[in-house]
Unconditional design. Structure first.
Length: 260
DNA sequence: ATGCCGTTTCGTAAACGA
């Protein structure tokens, strides 16, 4: 069972690129972030034609997440629990029945948080605190859980080509990394690090200043696995070549393989 | 570097992203 996460930076602008990758990689489950589309205007048809069931949590213009699955989708959770006043569309979760039992997968788009001296950073940290509480709740079930998405967190210096240029950025500031570590230390496994300990592995290259050509990237798209999911992990890869395609997103897909 | 580039919006400049 292959599960992917990919910040596509706008489904309308990225439709052909998304379809091309899904045809190539054919993951069983694919989590999208930044669909930048309302639910009603999400182009589900072309994805359904590839055999996917589609669930979205969209909003106009910004944010928006989706889960696509070749398996029937059950038990959908729309919105990160814990704050009914939060109207930003950044979280959707679905469950799937497999031969190994129920697998829960979340597609999350954690707030960017820049600039750090504003309420945007306060919102990011509060969102991370809320994710921590919800993740702790999920672990109580002792089931396979995959928290996949664009975390907007550079976990360590090894996850950036030029870590010094991110020192004062909301993606790398100590409070951000402390919260990410706290989440992982609940008992989650960073799938990429479980599969490959090398530095220089990135999932995002800015459109600006020739970042892609210079390989000036950062690793901010992660799949965190509950102990039961980590036991099923057989591999994790980043499809870096997609960044070199026509009309690319600034992020590329990250894919895990589970024995499920 | 308040810069670079790309997407979106009751657009034609501004907001947002990372």
């Amino acid at each position: 069972m292959d599960i992917a996460t990919w910040n596509i930076n706008g489904v309308k602008a990225r439709l052909e690129t998304c379809l091309a990758w899904l045809k190539e990689a054919s993951p069983d489950v694919c989590c999208f972030q930044e669909i930048k589309s309302e639910d009603a205007s999400f182009p589900s048809g072309p994805f359904e034609d590839l055999g996917y069931n589609v669930r979205t949590h969209g909003q106009k213009g910004f944010n928006g997440v989706a889960i696509l699955s070749k398996h029937p989708i059950e038990d959908v959770v729309v919105g990160l629990p814990g704050d009914n006043d939060d109207i930003q569309a950044r979280f959707i979760q679905a469950s799937f029945s497999t031969d190994s039992g129920t697998v829960r997968v979340a597609s999350l788009y954690l707030p960017n948080g820049n600039p750090p001296d504003t309420g945007k950073y306060d919102y990011k940290l509060a969102w991370m605190d809320r994710l921590y509480d919800y993740a702790a709740h999920l672990l109580k079930n002792e089931e396979p859980v995959v928290l996949a998405g664009d975390y907007n967190v550079i976990p360590a210096a090894a996850d950036a080509k030029r870590p010094d240029s991110w020192r004062n950025d909301a993606l790398f500031l100590p409070p951000t990394r402390e919260r990410f570590r706290k989440l992982v230390n609940l008992g989650f496994t960073d799938a990429l690090r479980a599969a490959d300990a090398a530095s220089g592995i990135y999932s995002f290259w800015d459109y600006q200043a020739g970042a892609w050509q210079k390989d000036n990237g950062i690793r901010i798209d992660h799949l965190l696995l509950s102990p039961q999911a980590a036991d099923m992990l057989s591999g994790c890869r980043i499809d870096k070549h997609v960044r070199g395609w026509e009309k690319p997103s600034d992020h590329v897909p990250v894919v895990i393989s589970l024995n499920a």
